[in-house]
Design a protein around this ligand. Structure first.
Ligand code: FE2
Length: 201
């Protein structure tokens, strides 16, 4: 599968050109990503994609880490469109997305997102000091725009979730900062593995 080819699904044929238009404009990253969040309902609300999402399976790798379905990677601007299925009560470590921007929402299910602030960093293997700065629910109709280096964790409700994620770059190939969500012990991880996934019409 060629991940640089726009998926045949009609909503992707509309969404990707609209995204590319945003990259041709001279915008601050803040403004560009606010607009990406505004475009995301083109995918989230699409009946064809919603029907597809109902068939996606939990995306856990052999090491029990979440993996991302990789639908598209833009050959010119580098942005990436992912799917991610999480099981009921799933919880992520505290993490950031390194240098990348993210627009995140769900097609079904809901997740609590807890935003954290690092007060005292610690090297890998040591306990960092952090505190909660915000708490909200990502559910259909709500798009979370996550700037680079913003600490957060996601906790799934009592039903599985299917997320659509737009990222400024493909993750999984570089180090990301993470912390155990109970002890706050710091560790470094490569981030979610990307699994190319064909979305036919
Ligand atoms: Fe995240």
């Amino acid at each position: 599968m060629d991940v640089h080819k726009i998926p045949e699904l009609a909503c992707f044929q509309r969404f990707v050109p609209a995204m590319r238009e945003l990259w041709k404009l001279d915008l601050s990253e803040d403004e560009r990503w606010k607009r990406v969040g505004g475009l995301l309902p083109m995918l989230l609300d699409d009946p064809e994609l919603r029907a597809h999402a109902a068939t996606w399976d939990l995306t856990l790798g052999p090491d029990d880490k979440y993996t991302n379905l990789l639908f598209y990677e833009d050959p010119d601007y580098g942005f990436v469109i992912n799917g991610l299925v999480k099981g009921p009560s799933g919880v992520t470590p505290v993490h950031d997305h390194a240098h990348t921007w993210t627009a995140y929402s769900v097609i079904y299910g809901s997740e609590d997102v807890i935003r954290m602030q690092l007060d005292h960093d610690a090297p890998a293997g040591k306990i960092a000091k952090m505190r909660e700065t915000g708490h909200y629910t990502v559910k259909p109709g709500f798009v979370d725009v996550v700037p680079p280096r913003l600490l957060h964790m996601e906790r799934v409700g009592d039903a599985k979730t299917a997320a659509i994620i737009v990222r400024s770059a493909r993750v999984g190939g570089f180090d990301q900062r993470m912390w155990n969500n109970r002890t706050h012990e710091h560790f470094i991880d490569k981030g979610p593995r990307q699994v190319p996934f064909e979305l036919g019409a």
